[in-house]
Design a protein around this ligand. Sequence first.
Ligand SMILES: *[C@@H]1O[C@H](CO)[C@@H](O)[C@H](O)[C@H]1NC(C)=O
Ligand SMILES: *[C@@H]1O[C@H](CO)[C@@H](O)[C@H](O)[C@H]1NC(C)=O
Ligand SMILES: *[C@@H]1O[C@H](CO)[C@@H](O)[C@H](O)[C@H]1NC(C)=O
Ligand SMILES: *[C@@H]1O[C@H](CO)[C@@H](O)[C@H](O)[C@H]1NC(C)=O
Ligand SMILES: *[C@@H]1O[C@H](CO)[C@@H](O)[C@H](O)[C@H]1NC(C)=O
Ligand SMILES: *[C@@H]1O[C@H](CO)[C@@H](O)[C@H](O)[C@H]1NC(C)=O
Ligand SMILES: *[C@@H]1O[C@H](CO)[C@@H](O)[C@H](O)[C@H]1NC(C)=O
Ligand SMILES: *[C@@H]1O[C@H](CO)[C@@H](O)[C@H](O)[C@H]1NC(C)=O
Ligand SMILES: *[C@@H]1O[C@H](CO)[C@@H](O)[C@H](O)[C@H]1NC(C)=O
Ligand SMILES: *[C@@H]1O[C@H](CO)[C@@H](O)[C@H](O)[C@H]1NC(C)=O
Ligand SMILES: *[C@@H]1O[C@H](CO)[C@@H](O)[C@H](O)[C@H]1NC(C)=O
Length: 532
Amino acid sequence: SCTEQEKTSLLQFLAGLSPKSGLLELWQNATACCMWEGITCGTDGMVVDVSLASRSLQGHISPSLGNLTRLLSLNLSNNLLSGELPQELVSSGSITAIDVSSNRLEGELHDSPLFDVIDLSYNQFNGNIPPELGSCSMLRVLKVGHNNLSGTLPDELFNATSLDIPESIGHLKRLQELHLNHNLMSGQLPSTLTNCTNLTTIDLKSNNFSGELAKVNFSKLPNLKTLDLMSNTFSGTIPESIYSCMNLTALRLSSNKFHGQLGEGLGNLKFLSFLSLGNNNLTNITNALQILGSSKNLTTLLIAHNFMYEDMPDDGIIKGFENLQVFALNSCSLSGEIPRWLSKLTNLGVLVLHDNQLTGSIPDWISSLNFLVFLKISNNSLIGEILTALMQMPMLRSKEATTHLDPRDFQLPIYLEIGMLQAIWGLNLSSNLLSGDIPQSICDLTSLQVLDLSSNNLTGTIPSALNHLHFLSEFNISNNELQGPIPVGGQISTFQSSSFDGNSRLCGPVLNRCGASVEQLPFPSSLQTDGA
Ligand SMILES: *[C@@H]1O[C@H](CO)[C@@H](O)[C@H](O)[C@H]1NC(C)=O
Ligand SMILES: *[C@@H]1O[C@H](CO)[C@@H](O)[C@H](O)[C@H]1NC(C)=O
Ligand SMILES: *[C@@H]1O[C@H](CO)[C@@H](O)[C@H](O)[C@H]1NC(C)=O
Ligand SMILES: *[C@@H]1O[C@H](CO)[C@@H](O)[C@H](O)[C@H]1NC(C)=O
Ligand SMILES: *[C@@H]1O[C@H](CO)[C@@H](O)[C@H](O)[C@H]1NC(C)=O
Ligand SMILES: *[C@@H]1O[C@H](CO)[C@@H](O)[C@H](O)[C@H]1NC(C)=O
Ligand SMILES: *[C@@H]1O[C@H](CO)[C@@H](O)[C@H](O)[C@H]1NC(C)=O
Ligand SMILES: *[C@@H]1O[C@H](CO)[C@@H](O)[C@H](O)[C@H]1NC(C)=O
Ligand SMILES: *[C@@H]1O[C@H](CO)[C@@H](O)[C@H](O)[C@H]1NC(C)=O
Ligand SMILES: *[C@@H]1O[C@H](CO)[C@@H](O)[C@H](O)[C@H]1NC(C)=O
Ligand SMILES: *[C@@H]1O[C@H](CO)[C@@H](O)[C@H](O)[C@H]1NC(C)=O
């Protein structure tokens, strides 16, 4: 059993929790507190581990836990705990890992912890990162993402050379993961970041960091696997030194202010599988695609909102991309046609080319992209009919094959970036110049969740078999020249009038035209010819 003092400390902790937490029932049965749920003792009966993650614990964290003098690891993540993280815990001499992520903790971060692992993410901490963290000689993992932290990154955090304590120089180099994402931090990245040569992950996304990234020499971080700087205000060109991080698997620099052309070295990153550079001011799409085509392991490429008003590169110039599964090159106002080199990307699952100025028709080779499940080519200047070939795409026709594109395979979550939401089975052809009928074969795409054909020149009637699309959650055929009745008694009739507006000869109850009761009609009943 544990000692009386240890038991008292644990019971004080229990007293700080709301009775709703249910821990009391779990603990009262066993008399020996070393046997209590979530408690582990060493051979001497001293508590070494408190693991109470995901137990809906409410209330505050009692400072009494700081009296567990041999406690090594405290894991209270994913509960509903509120109040501050007690200073007694942070300054405990024994604890090497604290995980209180995903709670409702608040207040300022305390300084001088000596932990191996600190995970304070998903709380409501505010204020600055205490510079004293830089003296955490054992710090290996620091996670403080998803809080309300502000201010600049303290130089001390990286300034090994500023510590006179020689041991610390070596120890700081053990920092492997730095997660400061989703805060309000600003300023430049200190060049001393390069002292942390063991870094494998840098996640600073969604902050307000700025300045030229070129000041950091990434060549000195050979172990870096993930660099995520999305949604900051970094400027300048993408530093060449990033291209020497040969172990990089995921690089995301999207939503910053980078400009210029990509460097050739990017093509040499042979492990790179996820690259997101969207929403910057990069130039020369031809150059970019020529360089990236040789990245054998590239599966996700998101480069939208760059290359404004350039030409889509011609066939013959672009090669490679054998393993590409997700490709987003939307919102660049590119001119030209949907290029034929895309037909060789046989692993493509998601193709996003909307908001460009592409002309010509939808190519018939589109049906040879066997794995395509999401196609967004809306808001271009595409002409011609909606090809039956488009409807032959095997993946649009059978649900089984979804496995090829598993969102869990993505190195970093991408849904926000390409606005797919959860609907992955989608066809968006809106805002083009497409003409002809809605092909009957569209009704065979029974897995379809999103179908948007709005703002084209489509004519004819709505195929009644569209009612077979039982998974449709978004449907839009507004602003065409369709006519006749809206099919009744199925999925299609459940959509609002906005899905059908702007087709003056279309009729149905939802539009208050033909088939509606007299009272609902906006025009005199004398004009009514049937149903009245
Ligand atoms: C406490 O012990 C009783 C009797 O052994 C058992 O029925 C009950 O489920 C236990 N409660 C908890 C919360 O373990
Ligand atoms: C820690 O233990 C000491 C001695 O038993 C006691 O005086 C003190 O109140 C305890 N501290 C907390 C925060 O429980
Ligand atoms: C805390 O526990 C959760 C749930 O078991 C686990 O996912 C997490 O990795 C643990 N934290 C640490 C730092 O080990
Ligand atoms: C960082 O180290 C440099 C060089 O040793 C020193 O001049 C500087 O004052 C240190 N910065 C801080 C914030 O400690
Ligand atoms: C971001 O930083 C810039 C200066 O670099 C500042 O002008 C701006 O107000 C900051 N934005 C926020 C939201 O803090
Ligand atoms: C970056 O570091 C590499 C390797 O240490 C070195 O060769 C290179 O000269 C450095 N570049 C700059 C701009 O300091
Ligand atoms: C490419 O990625 C696969 C898994 O995605 C991995 O097994 C393989 O080692 C990688 N190859 C290279 C050369 O990076
Ligand atoms: C993008 O870069 C071009 C030059 O390459 C420049 O003229 C333009 O002002 C930049 N746009 C923005 C928003 O920075
Ligand atoms: C764009 O890149 C291509 C291929 O690398 C190159 O030939 C061309 O000169 C570049 N254009 C500009 C304007 O730099
Ligand atoms: C269509 O794309 C252009 C860029 O080519 C963009 O400026 C415009 O806002 C887009 N229109 C819609 C309705 O999204
Ligand atoms: C189709 O794409 C357009 C922009 O190109 C967008 O405005 C519209 O919301 C999309 N439709 C659906 C159903 O997501």
